[in-house]
Design a protein around this ligand. Structure first.
Ligand SMILES: [Zn+2]
Length: 474
């Protein structure tokens, strides 16, 4: 058995790891898109997998986030005909996100052509809606905590990681020439005290562990102060300044968390009587998917469900689904809260709201998630006084707020707790993926101090033979 790291290697996107067995069966762990690097690098990394799509037999998908699922339709377009194995919630969410991704690519290409005035220039998108439809036929749903045999000598076992609804870690047991080896892939690890979801589950004893390391060297702020922080921004912006509170948020996860916090404030009668608008058709759809899987909610949220059958909806809140409704918001001048995607404000309807509101002191743009430095959200956090949106310069007079307590990823303590179900000395190798290199180096030292003998940080496209493991990638 050997493994090749074709993405999320010394970076946080493009998750893609290929396992090749002795009999040449190939299992792909995730098929994520690269995002947020320089345009040129992102395009070149997304244009070629580094392996042949039609040779892959199984795609084991950890969760629906685009940096883990975003290139599946390209895999299908290039000849993959195998099974995509994931949880039911992941399948539902992935389909929504992949349709959205195909749609974004179509409209970006169109915009690109219009801007360049070359109507006839044909730009090839990574995939189309047709490829997404073909992808839909290949899903095969798996339940948590059940060993499933894929073929003789290959079994898989999914455990909940509490990162987003349906997110899983994947354990693979392979028997070759009478020897059984177990490999665990963490996907993205959630938080043990997540606001909405169950904590990550322990996983079976493994010889090899591939673990994410996004926050391998830092700790999050306590998220239980989030409701109060949010309330402070609402009061300050909508009551004192009579302005609009604009919150960029990813459609999956972050939007539902915000709605849950606002719902809590509403239940406690602390929320002022102002409209709360979620301006995103995708957020509407993803919220419906989240509501379909209440068994994955944590105990606290289960308790809320006993008194409130919809913890993501409250008086004054509405989704806008049509473009016309969204455009009308420009002429709405009363205090309100607008939540829209994307989270880093580099795409989606949020850009229109920032464009229309960023030049007025009475408004606040509140950033509640990670923003890469080059994104619009990142520039605002950095304190830029002028920002460019759709080719036009805008002066930043609105207040810029930042809340760092919300994250779907576990921090260093969560990751340590996640690994505590294993005996360090009996793990042959830990591979660190899905992290910035300097963070990974700190995490590597920490794990070695805990007794893990071999902790490797593979480079992009590095290959490791697991039977004759060598430290070539250390
Ligand atoms: Zn994720």
């Amino acid at each position: 058995m050997r493994i090749a790291f074709h993405g999320a290697a010394r970076t946080v996107t493009g998750s893609k790891h290929l396992i090749t067995l002795q009999n040449d069966t190939q299992l792909l762990l995730d098929c994520g898109m690269f995002q947020g690097l320089s345009d040129e690098l992102t395009d070149s990394l997304n244009s070629s997998f580094g392996f042949e799509a039609d040779k892959v037999s199984y795609l084991l998908l950890s969760h629906a986030h685009i940096d883990h699922s975003g290139l599946i339709p390209k895999l299908v377009k290039e000849g993959f005909k195998g099974k995509i194995i994931c949880t039911a919630a992941t399948r539902d969410l992935a389909m929504l996100l992949l349709q959205d991704s195909a749609d974004i690519q179509r409209s970006e290409n169109q915009q690109h052509r219009t801007q360049r005035g070359k109507q006839d220039e044909v730009l090839e998108p990574l995939y189309t809606m047709e490829d997404v439809s073909k992808t839909a036929e290949l899903f095969e749903v798996i339940c948590f905590e059940e060993w499933v045999q894929l073929q003789e000598g290959v079994e898989v076992y999914y455990t909940n990681t509490g990162h987003i609804i349906g997110s899983a870690a994947i354990t693979i047991r392979v028997t070759e020439e009478g020897q059984t080896k177990t490999l665990h892939f963490s996907g993205d690890v959630g938080r043990y005290r997540d606001v909405l979801l169950c904590p990550p589950q322990p996983f079976p004893k493994a010889d090899f562990i591939i673990i994410e390391s996004t926050y391998g060297n830092s700790l999050h702020e306590n998220q239980f102060s989030t409701t109060d922080q949010l309330m402070k921004w609402i009061k300050h912006t909508c009551v004192e300044k009579q302005g609009k509170l604009i919150i960029p948020a990813f459609s999956v996860g972050r939007t539902q968390e915000l709605l849950y916090f606002l719902n809590q404030l509403s239940l406690e009668k602390r929320l002022p009587e102002i409209p709360v608008i979620v301006d995103s058709p995708l957020s509407y759809e993803t919220t419906q998917v989240v509501k379909k899987y209440p068994a994955l909610f944590n105990e606290r949220l289960q308790k809320v469900l006993e008194i409130d059958d919809d913890p993501f909806s409250f008086p004054g809140m509405r989704f806008t689904r049509h473009v016309e409704e969204s455009m009308q918001l420009e002429h709405f001048h009363d205090p309100c809260i607008i939540i829209a995607a994307s989270g880093m404000a580099d795409a989606g309807r949020i850009r229109h709201h920032i464009k229309n509101n960023v030049e007025f002191e009475r408004n606040t743009i509140l950033l509640v998630g990670y923003c890469s430095p080059s994104s619009l959200g990142g520039q605002l956090i950095h304190g830029d006084k002028q920002v460019k949106i759709n080719g036009q310069e805008y002066n930043v007079h609105a207040e810029i707020g930042v809340m760092r307590s919300m994250s779907a990823h576990g921090d260093a303590d969560d990751l340590a707790r996640y690994l505590s179900c294993q005996e360090a000395a009996s793990v042959t190798t830990v591979f660190l993926v899905h992290g910035e290199y300097d963070v990974q180096q700190d995490f590597q030292k920490k794990l070695m101090l805990k007794g893990y003998e071999q902790v490797l940080i593979p480079e992009m496209h590095a290959v490791c033979g697991l039977n004759e493991i060598v430290a070539e990638t250390a």
